[in-house]
Ligand binder design. Structure first.
Ligand code: NOJ
Ligand code: CA
Length: 699
């Protein structure tokens, strides 16, 4: 009798051993991990006593074997970590990394398999990843599917963009599980990009529950693995990982041991916490670059907007083609006279930058290849060391140096990533030889090799290779059309910014509604800074070309606020010098505003509606405040409790009382008032408007 009871209790113990729970350091989040009767691992997540993610499966399927069931928990390791680190640049000078870790070791027989699922539970969310040691069998995996589920608990509000293997340059939907089908049906397919059929969305995405819990779902440290999309089941309110495959249907080729990226959920009942969260950065590896002294946050202007305004300006030097019989080089082509990347015009940008203390000048359309864009049949690609005949690079290099301005390189690859890999060393050496320290890269079009997508494993590897090679040459990178960021800028801080979302350029292609920049900080920006290209002062396209009717979704004052609400260490002032000269008092704010911060305080926030943030300059005691609203006017309440004791003066750049993004976008006012700690400023914002404030201590 005693013996059999003992046996029973052993069994009970064996079952109980399987269930593990852990709470976040402050106790608000509760994680449970277990295996079911088939030995399939699953987890659930609670927040302040409410279920956020109900029991959800974990696992991975490879050709060689399936890590899905038959498992038992053979060991659990727990630890509490509390440490801080200092980013090279960012929103904070010091970041606390405080979490409870739970590593669940799983083993299965027949066939023998093992994996560890490592969970980190922070006060503001959860991260977990799969760790595959060398197996008792082949030491590689051909991954077909990841099973990770996120089973939510109701018909929550979803802020998302359509699943796509190639582009994330979409406007955001505010919908729900039950409304998703209709919302996704409303999107057009981008040319050459691969929209996923069915109810698939991208990360980062945001959820708001009926009882006011906000959840950002994304991933951290995407390296050596494809990006994750999410398949949505609107009946069950569930989402499941959908790894981007190559065109053979394989998502990842892994050599073991291998750790996957972290799957992340930032959770809070205060939307400001979602904006302030550093969870994604915390889950990335520390900086791998030993000497970071050459990495310098910067502002820049550029030969760029000229080509978007509808005034027929071109990146190309000629309207002819090099493919013409008998034509062997560019000196034989007729210049089209609409090519802004010419020596004289670039000097004008350099002069403007020098006059206003702007660090850099980006020049697009400086190099050979734009005439025969994507003419792959002729096997001709962009050349990254061949300036056009009207771009006198040695003269401009010397002129920029003399004026104390840095030229910024542009490498548009037309998505021929394979060819870019081959040119990379030559291109980076050419940059350094000519005094360039930063490059903007681009991958417009379908990826070459043709079997790959913009966010497949091969391209994730390519992006990492570019960043590492750039670091060897001490080059800073701003990448466009690259896999969306997942915090790798912590590990490689020379990756200053990425586009990876619908940026300001779309103001010339249909426009971005004011709400667009009220959702990006809750979603896309959780992976890292965006090269959004703020600073548009001439917001009506008809100004450039009478035939154009489109208009940017913004007032002028709001464009200044974006320097605070869309923080980036590489920040453009996107408009034309001549437009800035028309509004010199407003441009003063762009001259003054820093791009690197000691501290940040999110004062007000609601996704897709409004954001008010205060930031402390890393290099002075000045505070800056930015406030934006959606299509509705609003009065922001700016609680100045964050100011240390003292007397201050605030310079306020605001919408004029009659401003309105559609009717009167350029009506702004600048006023100066005395402020002190504890004051609550009531700041009116026009429809589609914003306000930007500089706060300085009184002498
Ligand atoms: C798309 C990029 O987003 C844009 O900034 C760039 O000017 C064009 N490609 C041309 O390279
Ligand atoms: Ca783009």
């Amino acid at each position: 009798m005693k013996n059999s009871f003992f046996m029973l209790s052993m069994l009970t113990v064996a079952f109980n051993m399987a269930a593990v729970s852990v709470t976040s350091p402050n106790g608000n989040l509760l994680l449970n991990v277990d295996v079911d009767n088939n030995g399939a691992p699953f987890y659930s997540l609670g927040y302040k006593g409410k279920t956020v993610v109900a029991d959800s499966k974990l696992g991975l399927v490879a050709d060689e074997t399936a890590f899905t069931d038959g498992f038992r928990i053979v060991a659990t390791d727990t630890a509490t970590i509390d440490r801080s680190w200092e980013p090279v640049w960012g929103e904070y000078s010091s970041i606390r990394d405080h979490f409870k870790e739970l590593a669940v070791k799983l083993e299965a027989n027949d066939p023998a398999r093992e994996m560890t699922i490592r969970f980190r539970l922070f006060d503001d969310g959860l991260g977990f990843r799969y760790e595959f040691p060398v197996q008792n069998g082949p030491n590689y995996l051909t991954v077909k599917d990841e099973l990770t589920e996120f089973n939510y608990t109701g018909d929550h509000t979803l802020f998302c963009i359509p699943g796509d293997y190639d582009t994330d340059e979409y406007l955001w939907s505010e919908t729900s599980f039950s409304g998703l089908s209709d919302a996704l049906a409303g999107y057009n397919k981008h040319s050459e990009a691969q929209r996923v059929d069915g109810l698939t969305i991208q990360t980062p995405m945001l959820i708001k529950t009926a009882d006011g819990i906000y959840i950002n779902a994304h991933e951290a440290a995407l390296d050596g693995y494809p990006a994750m999309l999410l398949d949505v089941d609107p009946e069950d309110f569930s989402m499941k990982s959908h790894l981007v495959p190559d065109r053979l249907g394989v998502s990842a080729y892994l050599l073991l041991p291998f750790n996957t990226p972290w799957r992340t959920l930032i959770v809070s009942d205060d939307p400001r916490d979602i904006l302030a969260s550093q969870l994604v950065l915390n889950l990335n590896e520390p900086c791998k670059i030993e000497d970071t002294s050459w990495i310098k946050p910067m502002k820049f202007v550029g030969v760029w907007w000229e080509m978007f305004t509808g005034n027929q300006k071109t990146w190309a030097y000629s309207d002819d083609s090099l493919a013409k019989p008998g034509v062997t080089d560019y000196t034989q082509l007729k210049p089209n006279g609409r090519h802004p990347a010419n020596t004289e015009n670039v000097k004008r940008y350099i002069d403007f930058a020098a006059k206003h203390g702007i660090d850099g000048v980006l020049v697009e359309g400086w190099n050979e290849g734009w005439e025969d864009w994507r003419s792959y049949h002729k096997n001709r690609q962009f050349l990254f060391d061949k300036p056009y005949p009207d771009f006198d690079l040695p003269a401009l290099r010397d002129y920029a140096k003399e004026k104390g301005v840095k030229l910024i390189m542009h490498h548009e690859t037309a998505a021929n990533a394979a060819d870019y890999d081959l040119q990379l060393d030559r291109a980076f050496k050419f940059m350094k030889d000519n005094n360039y320290d930063a490059v903007k890269t681009g991958y417009v079009g379908a990826i070459i090799p043709r079997s790959e997508h913009h966010t497949s494993q091969w391209m994730v590897d390519h992006a990492r290779n570019v960043i590492e090679r750039a670091a060897e040459y001490q080059i800073m990178v701003d990448s466009h059309e690259a896999p969306r960021p997942t915090g790798l800028c912590r590990t490689y801080p020379n990756w200053l910014a990425q586009e990876s979302a619908r940026g300001g350029e779309f103001e010339s292609m249909g426009g971005n509604p004011p709400s667009h920049t009220c959702i990006l900080p809750f979603t896309r920006l959780k992976g890292g800074p965006m090269d959004y290209t703020p600073g548009l002062f001439e917001t009506r396209l008809s100004y450039y070309n009478e035939g154009k009717t489109s208009q940017a979704g913004t007032t002028l004052a709001r464009q200044l606020a974006l320097y605070l609400t869309m923080p980036s260490p590489m920040q453009m002032a996107c408009d034309l010098p001549e437009n800035y000269e028309r509004f010199p008092d407003a441009f003063q704010f762009i001259e003054d505003v820093p791009v690197d911060w000691a501290d940040s305080k999110y004062l007000e926030a609601e996704p897709n509606r409004y954001i008010t943030v205060a930031r402390l300059d890393k290099n002075s005691n000045d505070w800056y405040v930015g406030a934006i609203t959606d299509e509705n006017p609003r009065t922001a309440t700016i609680d100045l409790s964050f100011l240390p004791a003292g007397k201050y003066v605030a310079t306020i750049y605001e919408d004029a009382p009659d401003a309105d993004w559609k009717e009167n976008p350029q009506a702004y006012r600048i006023r100066t008032i005395d402020v002190k700690p504890g004051m609550k400023l009531k700041q009116p914002l026009a429809a589609g408007g914003g306000a930007a404030i500089r706060i300085q201590q009184k002498k």
